[in-house]
Ligand binder design. Structure first.
Ligand SMILES: NC(=O)c1ccc[n+]([C@@H]2O[C@H](COP(=O)([O-])OP(=O)(O)OC[C@H]3O[C@@H](n4cnc5c(N)ncnc54)[C@H](OP(=O)(O)O)[C@@H]3O)[C@@H](O)[C@H]2O)c1
Length: 279
């Protein structure tokens, strides 16, 4: 289906998981895609794959925590493809642990990527999106609605981008720019193998059972559909929809449920602590 022929999409965090799957989906639908992430080898390989399949793709190494990177990346994408119609602020990771065991720097590190990274992405691309009447998609999480013990840095960061998306939607509507909030539940990716410092442990155990995880390609198809239709919000996964419903209507019951879900993630040099898996 070539619904996006002639359109240009920029995706942060395109080297893995949801971002890589979304880039493939946009390319499949005919869009040119700017692939942003820190791991240049990964995005270059993905650009080569998409180009070999007849698409147009450009790998742009970029760190969303670095001031100026998003401006440079946006300029490079526009120089290559001439415009920007869709921007997905997707790059993120999870800091887990109990408040008593964490330092303020753990929270700062989390916010620098998951919150300020989103703000940098929105800020750098706003002029181009205003010019094209485009769509900004912000990837939040079900964790933005429920804050499980052991997940406060991540849940806070996702609640913050949810609030940002709602306010920004009203601010950008007069310019013709749509803001789509994407709220995933558990999706197949590397996120639960990345530690509190953002380091990937490829051999680490995935704590969420396979039956509960949606394949990234399936999530990407749904997310791309919501972006094309300029929906206000898409909650991805059935369990995610139930969790958001419970958070809205029976928050006490949901808190009781999630307090019982305890898993651990790898942290080099430290004993794994109880913490909720990033969703
Ligand atoms: N998978 C889930 O179950 C789930 C559920 C809810 C929400 N989410 C959200 O979905 C988004 C994508 O996560 P994912 O699950 O696909 O995880 P993932 O497979 O670990 O991918 C994360 C992506 O973010 C990029 N990234 C991280 N820090 C970055 C930085 N400083 N600058 C640039 N890129 C950076 C990574 O690229 P580099 O390391 O190459 O830079 C990678 O491409 C995140 O915002 C996450 O919170 C995921």
């Amino acid at each position: 289906m070539a619904r996006l022929t002639g359109k240009v999409a920029l995706v942060t965090g395109a080297s893995s998981g949801i971002g890589a799957a979304l880039a493939r989906e946009f390319a499949r639908q005919g869009a040119a895609v700017a692939l942003l992430a820190r791991r240049a080898d990964r995005i270059e390989a993905l650009a080569a794959e998409l180009t070999a399949a007849g698409g147009r793709a450009l790998a742009i190494p970029c760190d969303v925590t670095s001031d100026g990177d998003l401006e440079r990346a946006t300029a490079a994408a526009v120089a290559e493809f001439g415009r920007l119609d869709i921007v997905v602020a997707n790059a993120g990771f999870g800091v887990a642990g109990r408040f008593a065991d964490l330092a303020l720097d753990d929270y700062r590190r989390q916010f620098e990527t998951n919150v300020f990274g989103v703000l940098r992405t929105a800020s750098a691309t706003l002029a181009e999106l205003s010019r094209t009447g485009g769509t900004l998609a912000i990837v939040g999480s079900v964790a933005g609605y429920l804050s499980a013990p052991g997940s406060s840095p991540y849940a806070m960061s996702k609640a913050a981008v949810r609030a940002f998306a709602v306010a920004l939607r009203g601010e950008l509507a007069p310019r013709g720019v749509a803001v789509v909030l994407v709220t995933p539940g558990f999706v197949d990716s590397e996120i639960r193998r990345v530690d509190n410092r953002g380091v990937l442990h490829p051999g680490a155990r995935e704590p969420v059972p396979a039956w509960l995880r949606m394949p990234a390609a399936t999530a990407a198809r749904k997310i791309a559909g919501a972006i094309v239709r300029r929906r206000r919000e898409l909650v991805v996964t059935a369990h995610g929809k139930v969790a958001v419903l419970l958070a809205r209507h029976t928050p006490g019951f949901l808190a009781w449920l999630v307090a019982r879900a305890r898993v651990s993630r790898p942290e080099p040099g430290r004993t794994p602590r109880p913490g909720a898996p990033p969703t």
